[in-house]
Design a protein around this ligand. Structure first.
Ligand code: ATP
Ligand code: MG
Length: 420
């Protein structure tokens, strides 16, 4: 565009004053543009005003593009007009130029300003691409997108980790998972559904991979078994990596990342094999039926070094809706998708027989009466089905090697944070 007239608007990233000449660097989400302020061209008054524009003000510039090897990306703008659309106050709550490091809490308190930092923004733009890739994949597989209620009367798993809310004269909760609803939609003949929406967990965890509100990508497929939906899951994940590596080059460059697309198929390891592997390591002593602790997960992740599936879990530690193997009911068709750093997804072939489901609910010490609205869908012809739930932020944080899940959520909700 050398020689062309342009109009740019953006944030005043920085100003540099060298006396008779000054630079104003404008920034938007696509990058920086150097505006070279020359007194002779602008006149004394405008030149004086432009030199003192406060950082992060929203500024409009009209001028001509000129090739200039010393400018960022090889071009500068020689302005004929400069207008401050909205001035920023001083001092700023944090430095959006990323020159100064800053505590996570300070960043989250002024999140709008934090997101002006190119590397912070890049993660959210990539997240949007991940969602697009997943949606495209589901549509291509003939899956219907649905929304199920987030205000519910009963717990999915009968647990205590629910947020109660006041709902007129009734007791209600924020839903911890769309599990029961997506299963009911199998009974509704919708055949294959997906939902991308919030899940709420009232757990008092304080980790880098848990929040109290998260976005879950849920899939449920009729006439599919656990093996079939594991294939859909690994294809969806690898597809997202591939899409990001091809379509988010600028954002990956900002993050300094060379994204490697994982290879298909992922390794499958049974829970029992995982226990054996872990017990080879001194200090990890686990009994069959124990949930894998963080230390074991870390050990497995380090020794495997790539995505893997953990399959064939003990029925005792998977939810009641997980289908046990017919010939060995203490083992079930549940699976977890693991990244070396953490769990990304859980799924299973589900129990579809009414009597068996009621039995499993009782075995877990729960009252089937509380699940009547759900059980009803199993009495009048329920297809066999399987599905999974994948944590969006965990997928993004592991893909981009972000340290904390809070870096992959715009406005995170945790034990201490409800604002902004
Ligand atoms: P974990 O064992 O890591 O606490 P979970 O087994 O309780 O997770 P599931 O109920 O299996 O979680 O939920 C499916 C997926 O949703 C998880 O694999 C994870 O990616 C995501 N997820 C669940 N809970 C949270 C949370 N509190 N914060 C962020 N993501 C979550
Ligand atoms: Mg899980």
């Amino acid at each position: 565009m050398d020689g062309k007239e342009v109009t740019l608007a953006g944030f005043a990233h920085e100003t540099r004053d060298l006396g008779g000449i000054a630079f104003l660097v404008l920034r938007d989400r696509k990058g920086l543009a150097q505006v070279t302020l020359v007194k002779k061209l602008l006149g004394k008054e405008v030149f004086k005003m432009a030199r003192t524009i406060s950082r992060e003000s929203v500024v409009l510039v009209r001028g001509n593009v000129k090739a200039e090897p010393k400018a960022p990306r090889g071009y500068e703008i020689l302005p004929s007009e400069i207008r401050v659309i909205n001035a920023a106050q001083v001092p700023l709550p944090l430095d959006p130029t990323e020159k100064v490091e800053c505590e996570l809490d300070t960043r989250l308190d002024a999140r709008f300003m934090d997101i002006r930092r190119p590397s912070v923004l890049a993660a959210f733009e990539i997240e949007s691409s991940v969602l697009k890739s997943l949606r495209d994949y589901f549509y291509q597989k003939g899956v219907t997108e649905v929304f199920t209620p987030k205000i519910v009367a009963a717990a999915t798993e009968g647990g205590t980790d629910l947020f109660p809310i006041s709902y007129f004269e009734k007791e209600a909760f924020l839903n911890q998972s769309p599990q029961l609803y997506k299963q009911m939609l199998m009974g509704a003949g919708m055949d294959r559904v997906f939902e991308i929406g919030p899940i709420f967990r009232a757990e008092e965890h304080d980790t880098r991979r848990h929040l109290n509100e998260a976005i879950s990508i849920d899939l449920e497929v009729s006439f599919a078994d656990d093996k079939a939906v594991m294939e859909l899951l690994e294809e969806a994940v690898v597809g997202a990596y591939r899409y990001v590596s091809e379509n988010c080059r600028y954002q990956l460059e900002v993050l300094g990342l060379n994204l490697a697309v994982p290879k298909l198929p992922f390794r499958r390891i049974t829970y029992t094999e995982a226990l054996d592997l872990a017990s080879e390591k001194v200090g990890v002593k686990m009994q069959w039926g124990d949930d894998l602790d963080t230390e074991t997960e870390r050990f497995l992740g380090e020794s495997i070094g790539e995505h893997y599936f953990l399959t064939d879990w003990p029925s005792s530690i998977k939810p009641y809706y997980t289908l046990p193997y017919e010939d060995r009911p203490d083992v079930c068709r549940g699976f977890d998708l693991m990244h070396p750093r953490m769990e990304l997804a859980s799924g299973a072939q589900r129990v579809h027989g009414y009597d068996q489901l009621v039995g499993r609910i009782k075995e877990k010490g729960l009252d089937p009466d509380g699940f009547e609205f759900y059980l009803k869908a199993f009495r009048y012809g329920m297809p066999p089905h399987a599905g999974w739930g994948l944590g969006l932020s965990r997928l993004v944080m592991t893909m981009l090697n972000l340290e904390n899940i809070r870096d992959a959520v715009l406005f995170p909700r945790d034990r201490r944070r409800l604002v902004p």
